[in-house]
Design a binder for this molecule. Sequence first.
Ligand code: ADE
Ligand code: ZN
Length: 337
Amino acid sequence: MATIEDFISAIPKAELHVHVEGTLEPELKFALAERNNLELPYTTAEEMRTAYDFDDLPSFLSQYYEGMSVLLSEEDFYELAMAYFSRVAGQNVVYVEMFFDPQAHTSRGIELGTVINGIHRARVDAQERYGIRVQLIMCFLRDMSAESAAETLEQAKPYRDWLIGVGLDSDEKGNPPVKFREVFSDARAQGYRLTMHCDVDQEDSVTHIWQCLNEIGVDRIDHGVNALEDEKLREEIKQRDLGLTVCPISNSYVTDGTKSEAIKAMLKEGMCVTVNSDDPAYFPGYMTENLIRVQHEAELGVDDVTQLVRNAFEASWLNDTDRAEYLDQIESFVAAG
Ligand code: ADE
Ligand code: ZN
């Protein structure tokens, strides 16, 4: 293998933290707007990209939700998800656990079935066309009420078999994990896996991570970088073997850097840290770019990079047999040098 960048690009990878709505590239936004007879306040994709202006979570979220206005039909959701799968197929991403935000659409009058059917159809086609295996995670918006989350969980019952887990995203400020204790407990009783965002450098990041562990009983934590600040919390996360889905390029837009050194420190601690893209159309960089960024900034070696990639399969919600198969693929890839 010529360079470490080539190695990163070619190694079979898993992505565990990507919001399908955050993969909406400006070009597709324009195409969907045209099909749906909508006017956008920009004339070119480049103009739209340069107008993106966020330096914290709320400023990102307002543009993220605004962008979704072009998503109306099942076909729109299908094309959105398919565009992501075709792109990451070229990065040898072989397994994806993908978030979607139903309430961001049902609150605009779009049926839940429209959203799920479109993404599910893309998921089936991604397996067939690109050999990418996909599982779906339905996220509740934490800046909406717990009742609305419960309603969404109820509405999703007909689609239960298509969903592997539930998550929690959107604006964290004043919206702690415990606000959703009951709905997550109901989701657990229905057999869903559980994860929650604990975004980087938020007001109560460490408290929120503790709540995820002690009050919710999550199976994984999205972001969770601030766990490093609390030795007991670090130990508890290790003890429970909880995966952390860190998103370096995303971090660089919502706080003061990628946290690459923190990722390296977590690796050295033996924590199950993974690297992901989050919202790659807004925080530019898919899986390969995120891994390369961390490798460069933290001067990671091939073994460290391989461990990050392995961790993603370890932290995934695959069954043990399938997980072992993917891990074997990685070992064969590394052995082939
Ligand atoms: N929704 C999409 N991306 C998100 C993020 N990084 N944090 C919280 N909510 C989100
Ligand atoms: Zn996220």
